[in-house]
Design a protein around this ligand. Structure first.
Ligand code: NAG
Ligand code: NAG
Ligand code: NAG
Ligand code: NAG
Ligand code: NAG
Ligand code: NAG
Ligand code: NAG
Ligand code: NAG
Ligand code: NAG
Length: 638
C-alpha cells in the first residue's frame, strides 16, 4: 500500500519533471490546421524533429512586451534568429497571435485581432495538409499532394542556412542595429547578373549602386554538403566557401547590420557555452570597400557603415566606428549612426568674404593614417603642411584639411574638405594621409572675440545715456528715440542683411571716427537742413565728411556740453559697439571744445513722426511693429 502510494508519487514527480522540461516547447511534429501560438511568457514554439529549430514568438531582449515571430536555434543559449515574419515591421506586442488557418496561411494578428502579416502561400485553399518546422530550419506549409505551398526558406530575411537557395529576385536585408529588427540599410541581391551588396536609400528603399560584388550568376546556393556558391543557368559556378563537418557545427550566413555578409559557425557541444565564430566574410574590409571601389570608379555607394562625419577602422571583418576630435556620436548608444560637431559651425564665425572670424580660436587635431576620400572642395599643389593648415584655418567653410604624412616639407597636395564628411577611413597599413580637423580651442568662447565683453558697467552707462538722451515725457521720449534711431520698417530688410553681414571687428575700428567741428559744419552746410529736434539736441542732414559716401544725420547735442570728455567718449564707444537692426549705426562723433556731435547713417525715409502722422497713416499693425522695434533697440545689451 505504502509502496504503491510511493510509486504513485514517484511517477507523478517523473511526469511533472518531464512536463517541466518540455514546457517551453510544444511537442514536435506536424502542425495541424487551426493551431495557434501566442506572444506571452510561455514561450511555446513549434519545434523541428531534431529539436534544433523552434518557430514561435521570441521576446526581444531589452524591449518590454515586444516579441518577434521568428525561427531560432532552440538548443543554443545565444539567442540567434534565422528568420522572422513581417520584415517591414516585425516587432509585435504581447498578446499577438499567429494562427495556421484552414485556407493554408499563417496569419499574424495583433492583440486586438487586426491582421499584421500573412504568409504569401500559393494555394487554392482546399488542398492543405499540414505545416511543419523541418530539421533544416525551414518552416513549410505542405499540400495534400506533398508539395510545399510556402517555405520560410523562400522568404528569407537576413540569413541563409545550409540547404537554402537565393534566387534572382530574392534578397537578404539586414536588420537596422544590434537587436533592432527594423529593416536596415544593407541588401544582398542579384543585380544585372551578379550577386552584390548594396546600401539602400532609406527614404524610398531603392538600392544604391553595389559596393561589393561577390560574383556573376543567377542563384546563391548553400547546399547540403556545405558548398556556398553562385550558380548559373549554364552550369558554371563561382565558389564562395566550403564548410567543414556540418554534423559538428551549425552554420549560417547572415547579412549583418554593418553591411558584411558573414558565414558563421557554432560548435554543437551539449551544454553550449560557445559563441558564433566567423568562418568567412564578404567583404573582408568593409571600410576600404567603400573607399576603394569608389575612388577607382568615381561612383559613390552610400555613406558607408559608420554614417556621416565618422571614421571607419576595420577590426578584423567588422567596422569600428569613431568620431574625429571635436565630434561625438549622434546617438551615443549607436556607434554606427554617425557623428555631429560638438560646436556646430556658426554663421557668426564667417565674414561675408568667407574668411573665419577669430581664426586664433581654432586649432587642429591630427589623426594619422586617415582619409575622407570625398567632400573635397579645394585642392592645391604644391603645398607645405603650414600652408595647408593656414588655408583651412582662414577658410570658414573648411572643416578638415588632409595632407600626405610622408611629404611634410615637400611638394604635397593639400585637400580641403567641408561638412558633412563621409566615408572616413582609418587604416594603419595602407593610408598615408593625416587628417587635420579644425576644432574650437577648449577655452575659446563661441562669441566673436572682437566683441568686447559688455560689462555691467558699460550696460549701466548705456542705460544711463539713453535715459538722459530720452529726456522727460513718454511721448517725447518716443520721438526722441525715433530721431536717433530713424527706424523705418520699409528699410528693415535691407538694413538687416547689411548689418548681419558685417563683421563687427571691422566696424569697431571705423565706427568711432573722429570728426572736427569744421568737418561737420561743411558736411551739413553750416547746419542748414534741420531734419529733427529732440530733448537733447537737433538733427541735421549732411553729406558724409569721410568716404562713407552718401548722406549722414548729424546730431548736435546742446545739453551735453557740461559732461566730461571721458564720459562722452565712453558713451560714444558703447553706442558705437551697439549693433541692432532697429538702431541706426553710429559712424563717428565730434568732441571739440564745447561741441558734442554724433554722426549717424542717414535713413532716406525721414522722421518717424512724419511717417506716423503724415499723409498716409500707417495701420495699427504697422504702428505696433514700430513701437516694438523701438522697444527692442535699447534691449540689445540688456
Ligand atoms: C506529418 O503529416 C504527413 C501527412 O499527413 C505525414 O505523412 C507525416 O508522417 C507526419 N509527420 C509527423 C512527424 O507526424
Ligand atoms: C520565456 O522567456 C523569457 C525571456 O527569455 C523568460 O524570462 C521566461 O522565463 C520564459 N518562460 C518560460 C515559461 O520558459
Ligand atoms: C499539388 O497541388 C498543387 C496545388 O495545391 C498543384 O499546383 C500541383 O500541381 C500538385 N502537384 C502534384 C504533383 O500533383
Ligand atoms: C530601430 O531602427 C529604426 C530604423 O533605423 C529606427 O527608426 C528606430 O528608432 C530604432 N529603434 C530603436 C529602439 O533604436
Ligand atoms: C554541393 O555543391 C558542390 C559544388 O558545386 C558539389 O560538388 C556537391 O556535389 C554539391 N552537393 C550536393 C549534395 O548537391
Ligand atoms: C556560361 O558559362 C561560361 C563558363 O563555362 C561563362 O563564361 C559564361 O559567362 C556563362 N554564360 C552566361 C550567359 O552566364
Ligand atoms: C576602436 O577604435 C578605437 C580608436 O582607435 C579603439 O580605442 C578601440 O579599442 C577600437 N575598438 C575595437 C573593438 O577595436
Ligand atoms: C613638385 O611638383 C611639380 C609639379 O608636379 C614638379 O614639376 C616638381 O618637380 C616637383 N618638385 C619636387 C621637389 O618634387
Ligand atoms: C564676460 O562677462 C561675464 C558676465 O559679466 C563674465 O562672467 C565673464 O567672465 C566675462 N568674460 C571675460 C572674458 O571678461
Amino acid at each position: 500500500m505504502i509502496a504503491a502510494l510511493f510509486h504513485n508519487h514517484l511517477s507523478m514527480l517523473v511526469l511533472s519533471t518531464i512536463l517541466l522540461i518540455l514546457a517551453p516547447a510544444e511537442a514536435q511534429g506536424n502542425v495541424t490546421v487551426g493551431r495557434s501560438l501566442y506572444a506571452d511568457d510561455r514561450n511555446l514554439t513549434w519545434r523541428s524533429g531534431n529539436r534544433e529549430f523552434g518557430f514561435g514568438f521570441h521576446p526581444i531582449p531589452g524591449k518590454k512586451d515586444k516579441f518577434l515571430l521568428a525561427i531560432r536555434y532552440a538548443q543554443i543559449p545565444e539567442r540567434t534568429i534565422v528568420w522572422y515574419a513581417n520584415r517591414d515591421n516585425p516587432e509585435t506586442d504581447r498578446g499577438s497571435a499567429v494562427e495556421f488557418i484552414e485556407s493554408g496561411y499563417l496569419v499574424l494578428r495583433d492583440p486586438k485581432g487586426r491582421e499584421l502579416w500573412r504568409s504569401r502561400s500559393v494555394t487554392d485553399g482546399s488542398h492543405v495538409s499540414h505545416a511543419a518546422m523541418l530539421d533544416t530550419g525551414n518552416f513549410v506549409i505542405v499540400s495534400r499532394n506533398s508539395t510545399n505551398i510556402w517555405e520560410s526558406f523562400k522568404d528569407p530575411t537576413d540569413t541563409i542556412l545550409p540547404n537554402q537557395e537565393l534566387d534572382v529576385g530574392g534578397s537578404l536585408s539586414s536588420i537596422s542595429a544590434e537587436r533592432n529588427y527594423s529593416k536596415g540599410k544593407y541588401q544582398l541581391r542579384f543585380d544585372g547578373g551578379s550577386l552584390a551588396l548594396n546600401q539602400i536609400d532609406m527614404f524610398t528603399g531603392k538600392p544604391y549602386e553595389g559596393y561589393s560584388n561577390l560574383g556573376t550568376g543567377s542563384h546563391l546556393v548553400f547546399n547540403e554538403s556545405g558548398s556556398i556558391h553562385i550558380g548559373n543557368s549554364n552550369g558554371s559556378l563561382v565558389a564562395l566557401a566550403q564548410i567543414q563537418s556540418p554534423e559538428l557545427y551549425y552554420y549560417r550566413a547572415t547579412l549583418d547590420f554593418y553591411g558584411v555578409f558573414t558565414l558563421y559557425s557554432y560548435q554543437k557541444t551539449p551544454g553550449g557555452g560557445e559563441s558564433w565564430s566567423v568562418f568567412k566574410a564578404w567583404p573582408t574590409d568593409i571600410c576600404s570597400t567603400f573607399l576603394d571601389s569608389a575612388s577607382q570608379l568615381g561612383i559613390r555607394f552610400g555613406i558607408g557603415p559608420c554614417g556621416y562625419n565618422s571614421i571607419c577602422e576595420p577590426n578584423e571583418w567588422r567596422p569600428n566606428c569613431t568620431c574625429p576630435a571635436g565630434f561625438s556620436f549622434l546617438d551615443e548608444k549607436n556607434q554606427y549612426g554617425g557623428c555631429k560637431q560638438d560646436y556646430p559651425n556658426n554663421p557668426e564665425d564667417c565674414s561675408p568674404d568667407g574668411s573665419t572670424i577669430g581664426e586664433d580660436r581654432f586649432e587642429f587635431k591630427s589623426i594619422s593614417f586617415t582619409n575622407f576620400p570625398f567632400s573635397d572642395y579645394g585642392i592645391f599643389v604644391p603645398a607645405t603642411e603650414l600652408e595647408c593648415k593656414q588655408s583651412c584655418l582662414r577658410d570658414c567653410s573648411c572643416a578638415v584639411a588632409i595632407f600626405p604624412t610622408s611629404k611634410k616639407d615637400g611638394n604635397a597636395t593639400c585637400f580641403k574638405k567641408q561638412l558633412p564628411l563621409f566615408n572616413g577611413v582609418r587604416n594603419r597599413g595602407t593610408l598615408d594621409s593625416t587628417v587635420l580637423v579644425k576644432v574650437l580651442k577648449p577655452d575659446a568662447s563661441r562669441k566673436k572675440p572682437e566683441t568686447p565683453n559688455q560689462s555691467n558697467d558699460n550696460r549701466d552707462r548705456l542705460v544711463l545715456i539713453l535715459g538722459v538722451l530720452l529726456g522727460t515725457s513718454a511721448v517725447f521720449n518716443f520721438f526722441s528715440l525715433a530721431a536717433i534711431a530713424l527706424i523705418f520698417f520699409c528699410l528693415f530688410r535691407k538694413r538687416l542683411q547689411y548689418l548681419n553681414g558685417l563683421p563687427s571687428r571691422r566696424d569697431l575700428e571705423t565706427n568711432r571716427q573722429f570728426f572736427t567741428y569744421k568737418d561737420l559744419e561743411h558736411a551739413t552746410n553750416w547746419f542748414k537742413e534741420e531734419i529733427g529736434r529732440g530733448a537733447f539736441g537737433t538733427v541735421y542732414k549732411g553729406e558724409s565728411p569721410s568716404s562713407y559716401g552718401d548722406l549722414v544725420a548729424v546730431k548736435k547735442l546742446d545739453k551735453f556740453a557740461q559732461d566730461g570728455e571721458r564720459e562722452f567718449k565712453t558713451e560714444v564707444k558703447v553706442i558705437g559697439q551697439t549693433h541692432h537692426k532697429n538702431l541706426v549705426r553710429l559712424i563717428g562723433y565730434c568732441d571739440e571744445a564745447e561741441h558734442r556731435l554724433l554722426v549717424y547713417e542717414f535713413m532716406e525715409n525721414g522722421l518717424l513722426s512724419s511717417f506716423l502722422f503724415g499723409f498716409i497713416r500707417p495701420s495699427w499693425q504697422q504702428r505696433l511693429q514700430i513701437a516694438s522695434g523701438i522697444a527692442k533697440g535699447p534691449h540689445v545689451l540688456a
